[in-house]
Design a protein around this ligand. Sequence first.
Ligand SMILES: Cc1cc2nc3c(=O)[nH]c(=O)nc-3n(C[C@H](O)[C@H](O)[C@H](O)COP(=O)(O)OP(=O)(O)OC[C@H]3O[C@@H](n4cnc5c(N)ncnc54)[C@H](O)[C@@H]3O)c2cc1C
Length: 374
Amino acid sequence: MKEFDYIILGGGLSGLSLAYHMHKLGCLQYKTLCILEKRNKYDRDKNWSYWDFDNNLFSKCVIKSWNKFNVIWKNQKLDIDCKHSPYRTIDSKKFYNFILQNLNKNKNIKIVNNCKILNIKKNIIKTNKDLFLGKIIFDSLVKTKPSKSSIYQHFFGVEIETKKEVFNKKILDLMNFDCKQDNGLHFFYILPFTNKKALIETTWYSNKIKTRREYQDEIQTYLELHNIEGKITFTEFGVIPLNFQNTNYATNIHVPIGTAGNLTRLSTGYTFQAIQTFSQSLALSLKQYKKIIIPSARPKKYNFLDEILLHVIRNNPKRMPSIFFNLFKKNNPKTIINFLTDRSNFIEDIKIISTMPIILFTKTLFQYVLRWKK
Ligand SMILES: Cc1cc2nc3c(=O)[nH]c(=O)nc-3n(C[C@H](O)[C@H](O)[C@H](O)COP(=O)(O)OP(=O)(O)OC[C@H]3O[C@@H](n4cnc5c(N)ncnc54)[C@H](O)[C@@H]3O)c2cc1C
């Protein structure tokens, strides 16, 4: 059996981020850490985008930052400024390499790849390689299965390089609702890295994952409609279940992190920034107080508001494009971004809520309360 002070289960975004912040803050000078990861190598598997409030902490991994974004519906385009918190995209491969280079400098950190975790009993981890014993376990393995009523954010994207300048690299399309809206909420998400290269993503909120062919057809339709021709250099597929993770197993020596620790914002699927905030603050508590103080994922109000919003999306997907469009139209960018990134104050919450259709949301609130009481 191999023994460590800390063991991180899963060396993905949250596992590597936590190890990085612990290492950076000097929590691992006299303590040992082991990361158990089933992958044998790290490839570019996704892009992480987020509104940055952290002063470009991972500047070496950022492939593009924007100070403006669009929201589009029925050919109307909102041009929204986000200079105060630029929208950035990180290439996952650059991120993995950057973090691993840093972690490899610390002889107290061991990363075990090709290591499949088979079961966890208290602080003993059984894997295909060995038994591991940790004083504290940080666990990023998702255990909760989505329920029948869950909806997913599911998306498929292609990175395309064109000969002609067909994109505007200065502004991204956060949500373009001018596409078919059936059996769910649908929009296109476009990240123009240059005027000749962009990630074009078809994104759905619904309870049914599509076939690859269906997503590809949607992308093809978009390309034809916008006269875009080019070479596909990367594809991205993702399914984010928008449900709470059961963390009943958590103790002060078995700490869920990442998506497994409910760090995914249910209404948006955004997780990157919450993982950084959580990891930094956990590492800081270790450094300052020599003990783990588990930070809360986010103020509870967001879970409640997101559940209501997801109810509305599930029952009224066709109304959502106008609801989102008006949300962005009627609020100032700072208010919305603060709300979307768990930073809004009470006044900002009220402003956001007051721009939602009051009857629809009140009705949904009652249905939600009745269901909860049963
Ligand atoms: C395609 C995609 C794009 C996304 N884009 C964004 C975005 O733009 N912005 C944003 O904020 N969020 C985004 N997300 C959501 C979220 O940020 C990511 O899912 C993020 O990777 C979650 O981090 P995590 O550590 O919880 O999970 P992961 O990064 O998935 O890490 C879990 C790790 O555990 C390992 N593992 C699993 N089972 C075992 C086992 N039995 N034994 C050993 N190892 C195991 C996995 O290999 C993986 O490395 C995206 C999600 C996806 C899927």
